[in-house]
Design a protein around this ligand. Structure first.
Ligand code: 13P
Ligand code: SF4
Length: 353
């Protein structure tokens, strides 16, 4: 897929994007009460990503659910006894929950919430790419469809990608990596592995700019820079800490710095600020005008999750994630491989779970 085709596909998906409405305090309180009652009545638990609305994160914590990165979301959902998982995040997170837990009902506030990495890696093109390189071990990022996972040997998230690729490289394996080219390049450099990269990117992280960051650092030399590895190399190269959302949150509490420049979705500020209330957080500079992303530094699809559609999904049950059974079984193998690997290595992640 060319970059232009990729952008057109992403724009088509963005056309359906509808940000959750802003709620008054009393509206939010009322919705929270009603959701709590539904969760209990339906034996359901809420599993939310750090980029979602703080109101959803609070609700997950208040009801014994989980707020975490994508690896821990997958683990938590599998280990929790509830018969329904309500996944607040983006589509691949709901699909991952279904692949791992076919017996559970998986609901999402909206099934329209996708991810530009998923959109930019259509399964048929991806399969053809893999077929052209049969000598390579196929490693895909979790931000992909069930169909793409079904063609992979391994699934990874940003919490464990380096360890898994490092392990494969040590065993002499050559890697075909998809879809995020920035994360792939970062791992290629850190592990030295032989990696062939798919040309995909995250529209949110893609907009962080190295030059703007340089200026900001010059203005505040004491600030530490935190970057998610989906950011482009000129940003990652300037970072003091590079890693998954959970690793970046942990860094804010651990490092002595008072100020942090953060190159990832600003939804993460809620948890950072909760854990380190006296620290100052500054969003890393983006391209601003003319950027692909409609709401820079905030994922437009994560923003589709709100209390209103979460309640509606519980009431109607119509935003249920389904994965075709044969595809599910195929996708389970590389996903389970990741979970087994991280359990063996005891790769712990930070969430409230
Ligand atoms: P994490 O696995 O680090 O939470 O990242 C998920 C994601 O979509 C980042 O954009
Ligand atoms: Fe996908 Fe980027 Fe949104 Fe994460 S922030 S879900 S990678 S589009």
């Amino acid at each position: 897929m060319t970059e232009l085709q990729d952008r057109i596909l992403v724009q088509e998906h963005l056309a359906h994007e509808k940000e959750a409405p802003t709620l008054s305090e009393s509206e939010a309180a009322d919705l929270k009460q009603r959701i709590k009652a539904e969760l209990e009545k339906q034996d359901a638990v809420l599993v939310a990503h750090y980029y979602t609305d703080p109101l959803i994160q609070e609700l997950a914590e208040e009801t014994g659910g989980c707020v975490s990165d994508s690896l821990e979301m997958a683990r938590f959902g599998s280990q929790h006894p509830a018969s329904t998982l309500v996944v607040a995040g983006v589509r691949f997170m709901g699909e991952t929950a279904k692949i791992l837990n076919p017996e559970k009902r998986i609901l999402m506030p909206t099934l329209e919430a996708t991810c530009s990495l998923d959109v930019g890696c259509p399964a048929d093109e991806f399969r053809a790419f893999c077929d052209q390189h049969p000598d390579r071990t196929v490693v895909v990022y979790a931000n992909t469809s069930a169909a793409v996972k079904a063609r992979a040997d391994w699934v990874v998230t940003s919490s464990c990608a380096e360890d898994i690729v490092g392990h494969l490289d040590a065993g002499g394996e050559k890697i075909l990596w998809a879809p995020d080219k920035h994360l792939g390049e970062y791992i290629r450099q850190s592990t030295g592995a032989d990696m062939l990269l798919w040309d995909g990117s995250c529209i949110v992280h893609e907009e962080f700019k190295g030059l703007g960051l340089q200026d900001l650092r010059a203005a505040d030399p004491e600030a530490a820079v935190l970057a998610h590895p989906e950011s482009p190399a000129p940003v990652v190269e300037q970072a003091d800490v590079v890693g998954s959302t959970s690793k970046l949150i942990e860094a804010v509490s651990r490092l002595p710095n008072e100020t942090f420049i953060v190159a990832t979705d600003t939804g993460i500020f809620h948890k950072m600020q909760q854990q380190a209330p006296h620290k100052t957080l500054i969003p890393a500079p983006t391209a601003g005008e003319g950027a692909t992303c409609r709401s820079c530094a905030h994922c437009p699809w994560m923003a589709m999750n709100g209390l209103d559609n979460l309640l509606a999904a519980l009431q109607s049950g119509d935003q249920e994630v389904e994965v075709e059974e044969q595809e599910r079984q195929q996708a389970l193998k590389p996903l389970q491989r990741m979970l087994d690997f991280t359990a063996r290595r005891n790769l712990s992640v930070v969430g409230n779970a």
